[in-house]
Design a protein around this ligand. Structure first.
Ligand code: HEM
Length: 264
């Protein structure tokens, strides 16, 4: 059964004006109206408000709790990585002769450079922790079962891409630790069955570590993976909006009355 779209909240509904009101509008009232008028202008030409309401005003299961925020927390961590990463890319130089020096320059000389670099570094750890906790939540709440198997599979790919993101980012400061840790990581990949040797050759960009390795890791880290992650998060969230979230397992028994209306 198709549910009708919920009506707009009262605060957003246009209020009828008493006669003569239009002439008495002050500049501040015009300013207040400007936001709504702009949204109306866009909506009249795109009809996007239906899609926005479809995405945001939903029924959520009874018993929804703080564990359900872990997916959004992961999303926030990713967005924070994207924003801080853009600022770092403005100063970073991915060449073997300048990479270390440019990272040092960001920390020591650039305004707020140490702060942004720190956010990016600790943010990557947070994202890995959050994505694992979110996966654990969906697993223990049985959210991987029918009809959400595809979303689980997309999640598995997102998990792998998050790990590869951390791995490729680790080389970029190009200090002794990051260099040797990446040599070890690439060698471990090389021990994998069948594809292992090809994978390590691909990551190195040949048989030896060199300038191609660094530029390859940089391209994967800041172009390929963010693009793939954004596309997959889009598909992941579309399926969450389409299928809704799973009720906590202890409420499954009374699934008939498991839904309550709530704005998320
Ligand atoms: C970049 C990584 C990820 C982001 C940004 C993300 C984001 C989200 C968000 C916002 C939700 C809805 C709210 C919630 O249930 O927490 C969700 C739901 C879900 N996610 Fe993720 N997710 C990611 C990775 C994963 C991983 C690694 C898995 C599992 C392998 C996964 C499986 C699921 C499933 C099955 C649901 C549906 C939950 C339900 O029906 O209750 N996600 N995700």
């Amino acid at each position: 059964m198709k549910l009708p779209l919920p009506s707009l909240p009262t605060a957003l509904q246009p209020k009828p004006k008493p006669p003569g009101e239009a002439e008495r509008l002050k500049p501040v009232d015009h300013a207040k109206e400007a936001g709504i008028a702009t949204l109306d202008w866009v909506d009249e030409r795109t009809s996007l408000s239906g899609a926005a309401r479809w995405t945001m005003f939903r029924k959520v299961p009874k018993g929804t709790n703080w564990f359900y925020t872990l997916g959004s927390a992961t999303l926030f961590a990713f967005l924070s990585q994207a924003v801080t990463g853009v600022f770092l890319a403005m100063y970073y130089d991915p060449s073997v002769t300048h990479a270390y020096e440019s990272a040092r320059h960001i920390t020591n000389d650039v305004f707020l450079g140490e702060f942004v670099r720190g956010m990016h570094k600790w943010g990557s750890t947070m994202m890995v922790i959050l994505v694992c906790l979110h996966m654990a939540r969906t697993f223990f709440f049985g959210a991987y079962k029918y009809p959400r198997e595809l979303n689980w599979l997309i999640g598995v790919v997102l998990l792998i891409l998050t790990f590869v993101m951390s791995f490729t980012g680790y080389l970029l400061p190009f200090d002794q630790r990051s260099y040797w840790a990446t040599v070890v990581g690439v060698n471990i990949n090389g021990t994998g069955p069948l594809v292992g040797p090809f994978l390590s050759d691909f990551l190195r960009g040949g048989a030896e570590f060199g300038s191609t390795t660094l530029s390859r890791f940089y391209a994967i880290h800041m172009l390929l993976l963010p693009g793939a992650i954004i596309a997959l998060i889009g598909a992941h969230l579309y399926l969450v909006a389409r299928l809704g979230t799973t009720a906590p397992p202890w409420l499954k028994a009374d699934s008939g009355e498991g839904l309550r209306e709530e704005r998320t």
